[in-house]
Design a protein around this ligand. Sequence first.
Ligand code: NAP
Length: 322
Amino acid sequence: MDPKVWRVELNDGHFIPVLGFGTYAPYEVPKSKAVEATKLAIDAGFRHIDCAHLYNNEKEVGLAIRSKIEDGTVKREDIFYTSKLWATSLQPQLVRPALERSLKNLQLDYVDLYIIHFPVAVKPGEEHLPQDEKGKVIFDTVDLCATWEAMEKCKDAGLTKSIGVSNFNHRQLEMILNKPGLKHKPVCNQVECHPYLNQSKLLDFCKSKDIVLVAYSALGSQREQWIDQSSPVLLDDPVLCAMAKKYEKTPALIALRYQLQRGVVVLAKSYSEKRIKENVQVFGFQLTSEDMKVLDGLNQNVRYFTLEMFAGHPEYPFSDDY
Ligand code: NAP
């Protein structure tokens, strides 16, 4: 199956490819690798590319996209590019300048999707995680509904085709949906989602509101410095591995396919040519409904990204049940 044709409609009428390429790599990985990996991903058939100001690689990812447009592999309209508004720019007057800065780094005229990266505001400035003398992150206070109104203006100005959120819980989504005078609904909520944290309640909630759930760390995360190293390794799970054997696929493909079959748009990060090519094979097979239930049974509420440095903030999203 050709991955390029697999898209679902968002609540604003735009279409999102159901398989996305994750571009985030830990800071020690040379930025030039992002150029190479993004080009390989486009060559392999990925059309949805997920990035963010926070990842410090929008220049490189933009360069890769432009070079694949210039060499004729794709047109700009074939690519679905997501960027994210970082926590230092949640004050409404900082939203548009933040998006304009991303566009400048990318050397693109618009992004396809701009999402609020995390619902917690921190002190504005160049530092992504400003800290006090005790090493505590310096929080800021912002009305997320006012941030959302600034996001709506970015869409109306044509700087982004669609707008959405990331790491919001259902209460925070309700708050936006119930905002008086809401002009544009969030099209998506991008959250951590994999068999160990299947987000079934949040998924049901999002579906009931016509909001697409986009899964990050669907392969169990990159287990880098932010992650508790004692957490279980998803792709080593014996049930996942046995199922991979049965279907003659890999555990990674089973984990990606699981999301597609439950109506979740799924991201997969890889900087390896072999694994990038492998991941687009997710369209070539189907899991039975019994096996989907078996995978549902793996849920154990293991969250890799707890982001505890934000835990004292009233908008920290992960204290609620969902
Ligand atoms: P992930 O997609 O869970 O991947 C984890 C690791 O799996 C990668 O390091 C990759 O290593 C490996 N891998 C990829 N394909 C494989 C395969 N076929 N077989 C075996 N291993 C494979 O990683 P993630 O970065 O946590 O999440 C994906 C993307 O979601 C990110 O890149 C980013 O775009 C986004 N994200 C968003 C947020 C947010 O707050 N909104 C948070 C985290 C991530 P190799 O590179 O060595 O292949």
